[in-house]
Design a protein around this ligand. Structure first.
Ligand code: OSB
Ligand code: MG
Length: 389
């Protein structure tokens, strides 16, 4: 899979000159109802609190999304911790002096430990702002090469098997190239067996969101018989060692999601053999700077990557489309159509999936979508503006 596509050292920073004084950081909470509840091994949700951040400078607004959820179930961060860390630490460090580029943003944030989703929200907003200033798309800013990206769908745990099978049919009918089933103890081998029996040839994967331990290895090994594309994050959210033990026991590739929180963790996972595939989520790894570095590492190591999702609004989704346009993103991402989750999205037009199971990478300036400010206003719960003191 190694092809001669050059990956620049840092395509994002050098082009931008001069330095930009960010005038204001705006945090905004918007609640969007989900079209149906989304259940994983760590819980169920029926609405999504969307955390938007924007950076204002020279009459422009760059938009990002903080993907932390309301409760610390997927990760320790919450919308509340992210607001605190942005308000008290990250926004003041950005506002303190003119910003020279993405690596400058990353260097300022590196002084604060953890809180990757908070950092990522601001890195996203920064890149949109920088892209607008350079009149480029996000994809062009980061060296993207694809104009369309393959996409799959993530199907939550359902009340009945029949409900799941109906959804599998529905999303295959819409063209999605890969079906990912959320699993947990009691909703795993039998469910996968039935989906596989009915669809012998589809790209099929499972995601346990850390619901198992090595004690379950004999049970999980039964998943090895279904020709799965991958088994995502079966074990603890911060584990690499047990996953390495598990990967040695499986024919099927393991994929890490929760455990990959930085370039360093990705390097360690590859060294240990903890997985053969990596799910890159910009939010989980702290933004574009780390996501690009992990992509580069995996590309050079022959490890396929794909773009994960966090039930983002169109603003986060636009950033995911840009990320997935990089050359190493060879597997379908969790970048479904806006309509898979929301009756109405925060951008115009919405993200759509073509019948061939691909989504277009916007070529327009910045996000490449219009931010629907009127609609955002109408579903905003709180707004907080942070200015230099
Ligand atoms: O583990 O990939 C995950 C959603 C929320 C938190 C974690 C995950 C997910 C998904 C949905 O699987 C992906 C999406 O369609 O946005
Ligand atoms: Mg996952």
């Amino acid at each position: 899979m190694q092809k001669a596509i050059a990956i620049e050292g840092d395509p994002v920073t050098p082009a931008l000159s001069p330095r930009v004084q960010v005038e204001r950081v705006v945090m905004r909470l918007v609640r969007l109802p989900l079209r149906e509840a989304f259940e994983t091994s760590f819980g169920s949700m029926d609405s999504r609190l969307i955390f938007l951040v924007s950076l204002e400078a020279n009459g422009l607004s760059g938009w990002g999304e903080v993907v932390a959820q309301e409760e610390p179930r997927y990760s320790y961060e919450t919308a509340g911790t992210a607001a605190h860390v942005i308000r008290e630490f990250l926004a003041p460090s950005l506002l303190a002096q003119p910003v020279a580029g993405l690596s400058d943003v990353a260097a300022r944030f590196a002084l604060f430990k953890g809180h990757n989703m908070a950092k990522a929200g601001l890195e996203l907003a920064w890149l949109d702002l920088a892209a607008q200033m350079e009149r480029k798309s996000l994809s062009a800013m980061i060296g993207g090469v694809r104009r369309r990206v393959p996409v799959g769908v993530s199907l939550g745990i359902q009340p009945t098997l029949a409900a799941l099978l109906e959804r599998v049919d529905r999303y295959l009918g819409l063209g999605y190239q890969r079906i990912k089933l959320k699993i947990k103890p009691g909703w795993d081998v039998d469910v996968v067996a039935e989906v596989r029996r009915l669809h012998p040839h589809i790209l099929l994967s499972v995601d346990a969101n850390s619901a198992y331990s090595l004690d379950d290895l004999d049970h999980l090994k039964r998943l090895d018989d279904f020709g799965l594309l991958m088994i995502e994050q079966p074990l603890d959210h911060d584990d690499l060692l047990d996953h390495a033990t598990a990967q040695r026991a499986f024919k099927t590739a393991l994929c890490l999601d929760e455990s990959i929180t930085s370039l360093r963790r990705a390097e360690q996972a590859l060294r240990l053999g903890s997985c053969r595939i990596i799910n890159i989520k910009i939010g989980r790894v702290g933004g574009y700077s780390q996501a690009l570095a992990i992509h580069r590492l995996c590309y050079q190591s022959g490890i396929p990557v794909w773009c994960g999702g966090m039930l983002e609004s169109g603003i986060g989704r636009a950033h995911n489309l840009a990320l997935a346009s990089l050359p190493g993103f060879t597997l379908p991402g969790d970048i479904s159509a806006s309509a898979r989750y929301f009756a109405r999205d925060l951008i115009c037009p919405e993200v759509t999936i073509a019948a061939d199971g691909t989504a277009e990478v916007p070529a327009g300036v910045g996000l490449g979508f219009q931010v629907d400010l009127d609609y955002i206003e109408s579903c905003t719960e709180t707004v907080e503006r942070i200015q230099p003191t």
